[in-house]
Design a protein around this ligand. Sequence first.
Ligand SMILES: *[C@@H]1O[C@H](CO)[C@@H](O)[C@H](O)[C@H]1NC(C)=O
Length: 298
Amino acid sequence: MGAPARASPRLCRLLLPGGAFLVLLLYLSSLRLPELHRRSACIWGGQPCHWLGDLPPNEEEGEQLPPLPAPAQTLDPLLWQTPHPPCRGQHFQIWHLQSAFAASLTPSREVLIGEYLKGWKELTKFMDSLGTAFGLITRETWSKITIMQDYQSGQHGAHYRTLQSMVTFELANGLVNFHSLPATHPPSGCRTLLRLHRALRWLQLFLDKLGSSEGGDASQMCASAYQETLAPYHSWWVRQAAALAFLAMPSQRELYGIICAEKEQHARTTLLATVRIIAHVYNITQEVFSAHEMLELP
Ligand SMILES: *[C@@H]1O[C@H](CO)[C@@H](O)[C@H](O)[C@H]1NC(C)=O
C-alpha cells in the first residue's frame, strides 16, 4: 500500500519536466506560419524577426552592378553523380540535393545564393522525413529562405546573386549590424545566410556520421552533431526541444531507405558524396564570413 504512494510523487517529478517539454514541443510544432511569409515569427529563439520588407531608401539608382559570374560548376560531375535511380513516390531525392549544392559554386569560388537556397529547400525535404518534431527547425529554415528570396527578388536583387556580392553590397551600404539586431531594421542578408550556414554545418556533420558509421544510433549521431554545431547558439529551451526531436527520429536503417539505396554500402557512399559537396560550399562560405569577421553577427 505504502510503496505505490511513495512511488507516484517520484514518478511525477520525473514525468512533469518531460511532459512540460512535450507540451512545449507540441505547441511549437502546431504553430502555423501564415504562408511561410516574410512577417512570420522566428519561433526558434522566440524572437520576432522584425522583418519590415524594404532596404533603407538611401541607395543610388542605376549604379553599376558587379559582373555576373557564369553559372558553372567547379566540382567534377563524377564526384556527385553517383549512379542511383530516382526514389519512387518520394518527395526527397538526394540527387537534387547534390546537384543544387554542386551548382551553387562557380569556377571562381563564388557561392550562387539562388542555387544555395535550392539546396536548402531539398534539405528541408530531408528534415521533413526525420519526423514531425523537426517541423520546428524546418519552419525556421523556411523563414530564412524566404527572407533571402525576398532580397533576391527585391529592388537590389542583382547584388544578392552571390554570397560575395551580397557581402560587398551590404557592407558598403552599412546594412550589416555587427553589435545588435535593431528592432527597426530588417535582418541583413549576411546575418540571415549566417543562420543557414550554421545549420548547414549541423546537417553536414550529421550526414557524415550517418554515412561513416555502421549500425549506429541515428538519434545519437544527430544529437552529437547538434551539440558540436548549433547548440552553443541556442537557448536552454530550444536545446531541450531539439533533444526531444532527436529522440523521435527514424533509425539509421530507415534513413538509408530515404535515400533509396539498395545496399547499405551504397547508402553510405551516396551520403559521403553528398557531404563532400556540402563541405565545399560550407568551407567557402566560412572563408568569406571569416574574412569579414561576420561569424558572430547578432
Ligand atoms: C573543409 O575544411 C576542412 C577544415 O578546414 C578540411 O579539413 C576539409 O578537407 C575541407 N573540405 C573541403 C571539401 O574543402
